[in-house]
Design a protein around this ligand. Structure first.
Ligand code: NAD
Length: 452
């Protein structure tokens, strides 16, 4: 038996442990899930939604203790962690309603001909998740997959096994045995799951692992949904409300210590607005409070682990050696933290300009025109989110429509309102989640046609 310990990134203390799943055991778990899936599907869409909906109350009731576990396990400040757990509960019934609506059969009539489009379960789904939103990300994949009638094998990140287990214990409380199974472990278990007899692989994580999964799944033409990393740009036009733009950039660049897929990592600001914007952003960064996420005032907690911290430090020191100017923060940071850092004049060919940073670091570049801002923002294979700040709605929208990201926010965060999909373009995504189209990706579409 191998034990996976969960380590508090703040102090290195072991806060708990789980038993890892042996990769050899995974084919048997998949077979059991397959046997359980038929009766689960037979409960019908509404029947499954009713059982899953029973979990809502406990997510709300336990939000504080779940939030505390999240903070202790991966460092996220409590004021972000509690809402992450709580909104799973407050949003559960609404989300299930949306899923039920999306997956109902649709009837088409043409004279005497009738076709019915069904959204059937695939069978067995693997859900492989990251650590940065250790309850929200699983919920985005596990909930629609189970509601659609699939059996699910869920592998939480090895960084957050306790959060994964806690989520599964609550959601799975009213679900029959073997329909929802937790697989604990790291890449070895992830690979074994992908290679096992699963019909669908839903993955959220890094671009590199996503590409590996796509290659592994291609032999059997398994269905794959990938939500991957980003290098999100923000464009600040010269007519923008600079106070608002700086506040947004600071929040979206530094929350969860920058460990957010749609974190603002690059800013292109019109040169006429640049001096003032940079000063405001430095002021905002200075107001962030770095420390123990359990302290009420903390806004930036520790980095999830030393490896991730070192990756950010390496990017920072390469950037500064390459001529980048430090506006605030810098290259020296005491473990396990990284202070909010803003750089300017960063060379475009460096890792910090090209690769995901996933830390509380923003690079600001001055541009002379909207065209230059758009070209620079689009000069990346990633395409998750993007943000435009500007007061003239027509101009801001024109800029937004020329950005290659999957989700673009104008004077706000990139994610769309309820009912819309979460979607990455380019190398940030392959398929999408949420909204009608997202929910349907957990199903096999079948058309049955008759003539009367
Ligand atoms: P990661 O890719 O290292 O790991 C993600 C999961 O995959 C973990 O459970 C891990 O154990 C597993 N895994 C690792 N190697 C595997 C393999 N070869 N086969 C199968 N599974 C494997 O990512 P991470 O460090 O946990 O998370 C951070 C990344 O997630 C960032 O790139 C971030 O941008 C991305 N992310 C994207 C979104 C989105 O919506 N697009 C949301 C959150 C996080």
């Amino acid at each position: 038996m191998t034990i996976l310990s969960s380590i508090n990134p703040l102090n290195g203390e072991v806060i708990g442990s789980v038993e890892t799943t042996s990769p050899d055991e995974i084919p048997d778990l998949v077979a059991r899930a397959r046997a359980a899936q038929g009766p689960w599907a037979a409960l019908g869409l509404e029947g499954r939604a009713e059982l899953l909906g029973k979990a809502a109350r406990r997510f709300v009731q336990d939000a504080k203790s779940l939030g505390r576990l999240m903070t202790e396990e991966m460092g996220k400040p409590l004021k972000e962690a509690i809402p992450e757990a709580g909104t799973i509960g407050t949003g559960l019934l609404g989300e299930l309603k949306e899923i039920v609506e999306a997956l109902k059969p649709e009837t088409f009539q043409q004279g005497p001909l009738r076709s019915v489009v069904h959204h059937d379960p695939f069978g067995v789904c693997a859900a492989i998740t990251p650590w940065n939103f250790p309850m929200a990300m699983p919920n985005w994949m596990v909930l629609p997959s189970l509601a659609a009638g699939n059996a699910v094998l869920f592998k939480p990140s090895e960084e957050t096994p306790l959060c994964g287990q806690a989520y599964a214990d609550i959601l799975g409380e009213h679900v029959p045995p073997d329909v929802f199974t937790v697989v604990h472990g790291a890449d070895e278990q992830g690979k074994a799951l992908v290679q096992a007899d699963v019909d669908l692989i839903a993955f959220t994580g890094s671009r590199e692992v996503g590409k590996h999964i796509l290659r592994s799944a291609s032999g059997g033409l398994k269905r794959v949904i990938l939500e991957l990393g980003g290098k999100d740009p923000m464009i600040v036009l010269d007519d923008a409300d600079l106070e608002e733009a700086a506040k947004f950039a600071s929040w979206n660049g530094f929350r969860n210590a920058g460990q957010v897929c749609v974190s603002t990592e690059r800013i292109y600001v019109h040169r006429d607005a640049a001096d003032r914007f940079e000063a405001l952003l430095v002021r905002e960064a200075g107001e962030m409070i770095v420390g123990d996420g359990l302290e009420a005032q903390t806004t930036v907690g520790p980095m999830v682990n030393e490896g991730q911290r070192q990756h950010v430090l390496d990017q920072l020191s390469e950037a500064v050696k390459g001529g980048a100017k430090i506006l605030t923060g810098g290259v020296d940071h005491s473990a396990p933290f990284i202070k909010p850092t803003v750089l300017a004049d960063v060379a475009e060919d460096l890792s910090i300009s090209r690769d995901e940073t996933f830390g509380p670091v923003i690079c600001v570049t001055r541009v002379a025109s909207d065209d230059e801002a758009i070209d620079k923002a689009n000069a990346t294979p990633f395409g998750l989110g993007a943000v435009v700040f500007g007061k003239d709605p027509d101009r801001a929208e024109k800029v937004a429509r020329r950005l290659t990201a999957g989700m673009i926010g104008i004077n706000r965060a990139c994610g769309g309102i309820k009912g819309t999909p979460w979607v990455g373009a380019g190398e940030s995504g392959y398929g999408f989640h949420k909204g009608k189209d997202g929910h349907r990706q957990f199903t096999q579409t079948r058309v049955v046609s008759t003539s009367e």
